[in-house]
Design a protein around this ligand. Sequence first.
Ligand code: GLU
Length: 385
Amino acid sequence: MNAATIPEQPLPTWRRAVLKVGSNLLAADGGGLTPRHAEALAAFIAASHAQGRQVVLVSSGAVAAGRALLRERLPNGGDLAARQALAALGQAPVIELWRRLAERPVAQVLLTHDDVRNRRRYLNARATLRELLALDALAVVNENDTVAVDELKLGDNDNLGAIVAALVEADLLLIASDIDALYTADPRRDASATPIASVAEVTPAILAMAGGSGSAVGTGGMRTKLKAASKAASAGIPTALFDGRNADTVRLLGEGRLRGTLFQAGTSRLQARKYWLRHAPAAPGAIRVDAGATRALAGGHASLLPGGILDAEGEFHRGDVVEITDADGRPVARGLVQYGMAEVRRLAGRHSREITGVLGYSYGSEVVHRDDLVTLIEGEPENGT
Ligand code: GLU
């Protein structure tokens, strides 16, 4: 395909991005991993970092690398257990590849379906990734194929990329692929297929353009990319799809130019999150807060600390969305709690620095972090809070 025909456009401004790199960019034909395309991508990550931006990597390639290691002995590693063994074998080379190329310490993060569905594990995964970002480490995420069971698999790393983007509250999902854009039809079969610069929404008509899986090594295809873009969009995150084999395209990304397809978000990340917090089913119970905390929460910028809490009731757990009321029981806010009901009761009125002393452990000084709060009192400015 002629790169000149691929539309070029400004990349949305971003500060934190998830970069998903597919197996076929990392695995040489039937062989082990090769840094051929990873080098330019690593340079992009380093340059972004130097500009004060953060990148979380979602890297495939474990099964392909494992298969290459065992080619002689395992000619058709098709069943799930064999694939899982291959993934376990190949994960070390995946990390080694990025470790060689990255200028920062590399952290391996393996996630399963359970980790993102289970509220407590979700919060822990999020906290760890946030911490890794704060430590300036490069998190290299993959599915924990070793323990995933078929029906509970996250499935493909495009999907994982969208999940991680929402998890770390990224501004952008970057999908480095072996295809340079979304086309109106399959460009390998249809000469009249033309690349699409921008997609406002992944509609059934857009999905129909994708066909099935396009690659021999990864599990994804254009369809999984569109689904990932759609998932990211519903979390308020735009997705950029580009040809990760083209070093020029990757270099342009570093200059804020996208040669590929941009999937728009439709809503802002913050609005998507506030919408979710406002409408997610609340757990039974409530946290009652004093007048000072009520005022602070009404302002829309404060976290809920233990000191402002009067008491708690009901049956909520860490990771639930819980209603917060004023002293008279009038709703003030809703938020995703870091502590369960029994813990909040014990922490009520205490200073944040007493948390470890009271509970014997701490999930952080906030009972509800301000990013996880939506104010219900009328007059709250909706945007930018
Ligand atoms: N987790 C798989 C691997 O590392 C890849 C899944 C995918 O390609 O989407 O090999």
